[in-house]
Design a protein. Structure first.
Length: 179
């Protein structure tokens, strides 16, 4: 079930006339499963964030093994390669966001993406990126899976404590593996 009306994690995160719907992990899994061309963007916080079964970067690698294309930001690429995982692409966040505003662009040239999942990106940077996509890439749906509500996304986890976020992320991965 999707609910509306969570508060931005940072006071300055004002969304404008539309605001993200808050997500439960079951709903996030369904949205990811029905997306035709999703991609997951892994930011620099994936190197320092832990989830219940280890570092967040290992969690993202599991997603990549499920067939979800992973875009590694420049700080994360080296760690992905150290772990024997080759992301679908590696680029800076600004470059990626600029490319996503082109409705014909995709990582592989086989049609535009329909869902962009963000994980491990610092809150103020993600807020600005989501605002850009909200206004200039209206063909995309955006999802923030950090533990802080992002009002400029289409869907976002609500603000939650770290342990609760870890539980939801573990449930989400388990659900995606069962599909």
């Amino acid at each position: 079930m999707i609910t509306i009306a969570a508060s931005p994690w940072q006071i300055g995160g004002t969304p404008g006339p539309t605001e993200a719907a808050t997500l439960k992990p079951e709903t996030a899994a369904k949205l990811i499963q029905i997306a035709k061309r999703p991609i997951l963007v892994a930011g620099s916080l994936t190197l320092e964030t832990k989830v219940s079964n280890g570092p967040l970067i290992d969690f993202i690698i599991e997603w990549g093994k499920l067939g979800i294309p992973v875009v590694a930001t420049k700080p994360t690429l080296k760690e992905f390669l150290k772990r024997g995982f080759k992301p679908s692409a590696s680029m800076g966040l600004s470059d990626l966001i600029n490319r996503l505003t082109d409705p014909t662009w995709s990582l592989d040239g086989n049609g535009a993406h329909d869902l962009i999942i963000f994980l491990g990106i610092r809150y103020p940077i993600l807020s600005q990126m989501l605002s850009t996509l909200k206004h200039f890439a209206q063909n995309l749906r955006t999802m923030s899976l950090n533990g802080f509500f992002q009002p400029n996304a289409d869907w976002s986890f609500p603000n939650m404590k770290e342990e609760e976020w870890k539980e939801k992320m573990a449930f989400l991965l388990k659900t995606l593996k069962e599909k």
